[in-house]
Design a protein around this ligand. Structure first.
Ligand SMILES: [Zn+2]
Ligand SMILES: [Zn+2]
Length: 466
């Protein structure tokens, strides 16, 4: 069967771009649409803008027709969440959807990772990524498609499971965008690579996929693009930021050692709780006194556990820290300073050396500046100026950064997820909307998916030019 007989053509106005160009005194082949890079800026800009408005209109119409099916898929994914490293059924569904769209699909890449490839002639390779895992959160949204799923966490404890970080939106947008692009192959040239990534919340999935040959066994991307829902941005809007957008994120475990004994005879012991108390305060001076004030940095002690009873001095006390920064220099400074403070507190108390383990580190997301600027312009043309904002820098972490560290120019942008009336209601109540990871966070599916698909397709068509 010929390609044209099974795939819809590009919207007519896009194919007419060549005609518009001829009218403007330019020479442009009519099909496929060529890059406008070499043409006079003004006329080319107008042609590109006209082309994208028409594409945007067509994607909007297509998405409106497809929306019932997309919402059903979204609700299914939302109601059947799986924890990091357990995304078996989710990956099976995503693989099936991508296969049905016409992609060549490989499963089991770096655990439950899915890689779908769609070749469409010569041109660049674009990787679009969606993460697939959910969180150990008991859903409290009260939605009729809420999750009631329970699972065992890594410690073997039974927990509720919820897509509280919007990864269900990310997957549905990816499927929608791939369906559109697969059905409209004369809008783009090159290779589309859509991946379903496992274990983002434990910052293990991107690493595992790269280790399993993501960029060797499959085409090495020229660019990689992903989005993340934003719980405080209005649906219909997106946020883009060139450069650093998400932070270096490191988890640190410190086990402070002591010499246990009776609480009434402290002189016969070395108290780990007093050391821990001193250390927690000492850590607060690293950001305030050692890091340059214009450099973002966070040290949070999120957990502290020690002792068993009123009158017993224990042998140890365990602290868990999350450490955030943007630059490599600040990251190195923070980790070294934390270790120095922990050792010096122990030494001051004549205690055994503490045990310090740095784990689950993920580097900051650095959006390639040229790529971000190019896509931001395309988004402004597709959505309208006022619907594209500069994303705020955040101290959250994301392992999408690793694809950038592997040498591929990356862009992660934010997708507004709460509709305007609901945002206005929160504002009138004087409180912020529930944040990501909250048990009451929920996106307004239709406007969020619509804008997600429109922007993903816009980015793909912009980047996949002959
Ligand atoms: Zn998350
Ligand atoms: Zn997330």
């Amino acid at each position: 069967m010929s390609r044209l007989s099974i795939h819809t053509l590009c919207p007519a106005p896009i194919r007419l771009a060549g005609v518009i160009a001829l009218a403007a005194g330019l020479t442009v082949p009519t099909s496929p649409p060529e890059s406008m890079a070499e043409q006079p800026t003004d006329a080319a800009g107008q042609v590109a803008a006209a082309k994208e408005v028409d594409l945007a209109e067509h994607v909007r119409e297509w998405t409106a027709t497809e929306m019932p099916g997309l919402v059903t898929l979204y609700r299914h994914l939302h109601a059947h969440p799986e924890l990091s490293l357990q995304e078996k059924e989710t990956a099976t569904r995503i693989a099936a959807e991508l296969r049905a769209a016409g992609c060549t699909v490989t499963t089991g890449v770096g655990g439950h990772g899915v890689v779908a490839v769609l070749h469409n002639g010569d041109g660049p390779t674009l990787m679009l990524r969606a993460d697939m895992d959910a969180l150990p959160v008991v859903e409290q949204t009260g939605l009729d498609y809420s999750s009631f799923v329970k699972a065992r966490d890594p410690a073997g404890k039974e927990v509720g499971v919820m897509h509280a970080c919007g990864h269900d939106v990310h997957m549905t947008v990816l499927i929608g965008a791939v369906r559109y692009l697969a059905g409209h192959r004369d809008c783009w040239r090159g290779t589309l690579m859509a991946i379903g990534q496992p274990a983002e919340e434990r910052t293990m999935g991107a690493h595992a996929m790269l280790e399993d040959g993501l960029f060797d066994r499959f085409p090495r991307p020229t660019y990689a693009v992903a989005l993340h829902v934003d719980a405080a941005l209005a649906a219909g809007r997106v946020g883009v930021r060139p450069g650093y957008t998400l932070a270096n994120s490191d988890s640190i475990d410190i086990t402070i050692k002591g010499v246990g004994g009776h609480g009434a005879y402290p002189h016969t012991t070395v108290d780990p709780i007093v050391q821990a108390a001193e250390l927690v305060i000492a850590l607060q001076t690293i950001v305030s006194r050692e890091v340059k004030p214009t450099e973002p940095a966070v040290i949070t002690v999120g957990s502290i556990h020690g002792g068993t009873k009123h009158n017993i001095i224990g042998d140890s006390c365990h602290l868990q820290l999350t450490v955030r920064s943007y630059s490599d220099e600040v990251r190195t400074l923070l980790l070294a300073a934390i270790e120095r403070k922990a050792r010096s507190v122990a030494a001051a108390h004549r205690a055994p050396e503490p045990e310090i383990v740095v784990a689950e580190g993920t580097p900051a997301v650095f959006n390639d500046r040229q790529l971000a600027t190019r896509i931001e312009k395309a988004f402004r043309r597709a959505l309208g100026e006022e619907r594209v904002t500069e994303a705020e820098q955040s101290m959250g972490g994301e392992d999408f950064s690793l694809f950038g560290k592997a040498g591929v120019p990356i862009l992660m942008y934010r997708l507004g997820a709460v509709d305007e009336p609901r945002l206005a209601r929160y504002e009138s109540l004087g409180r912020p909307p529930p944040s990501l990871h909250s048990a009451t966070f929920h996106p307004d599916a239709e406007p969020t998916l619509g804008t997600g698909i429109l922007t993903m397709v816009t980015a793909a068509v912009e980047l996949l030019q002959p």
